[in-house]
Design a binder for this molecule. Sequence first.
Ligand code: 6PG
Length: 242
Amino acid sequence: MKPRLNISQTTDEVIAQLVSEFETWIVNGAPPLTMALSGGSTPKQFFHALALSPTATTLPWRKLHLFWGDERCVPPDHPDSNYRMTKQYLLDNITIPPENIHRIRGENNPNGEAIRYAEEIEQFVPGRFDGVPVFDWILLGMGTDGHTASIFPNDDPKVEPKGYCAVATHPQSRQRRISLTMPLINYAKRITFLVTGASKAEMAKQILKSPMKGLLPAAQVNPIHGNLEWYLDATAAALLSS
Ligand code: 6PG
């Protein structure tokens, strides 16, 4: 499917666009709303802007169940933890019920945690399509190597029996990660890539314009029945018109 592209001149503008989309979505959506968040540095700006938004204190956070698309296999207070980053920039600044926060427990044994998280998804994500849990919204980032979540090129992740989660290995650091699998991601109702910065321009062009794109994880994101969109700033989108 051809993704919808939202290109804004600056990073602040693209973040503001996404904040506005999120606010409309959480206000109008029927609960429970399920969203899986990305990690890394890009979403920090989104989480921060969301927490500082004038409406942050009045949004119906109780409707929302938050999950993660991936997590590093570290404790929740470790500097690498995606949960720690989300807690610092978003969770500590909003009134979301603790029971609505579905953290991947990076401190657990990775294989056991992949199994446990798949069960938590099955229990708390009510949407189904072909019997598979359907997230209402999945936010993804993209690495300069074309990875997304913790699905890395040429990795051979260990997928748990349900096929929803996997134990992956970062190609450089060899850090173990828990990640949603590509099949589960592709069942989501809405999938959004948030990609900013000049360093992502070449890969964004490859993924969005190249016939070889199917080989890279970010290019394998192709919702079965949902919508795919990219939110980019001008520097990340600089090579898309060439
Ligand atoms: C993670 C992310 C990962 C991230 C990309 C882009 O845990 O690191 O889920 O997939 O989205 O690596 O990271 P940046 O936003 O830091 O460029």
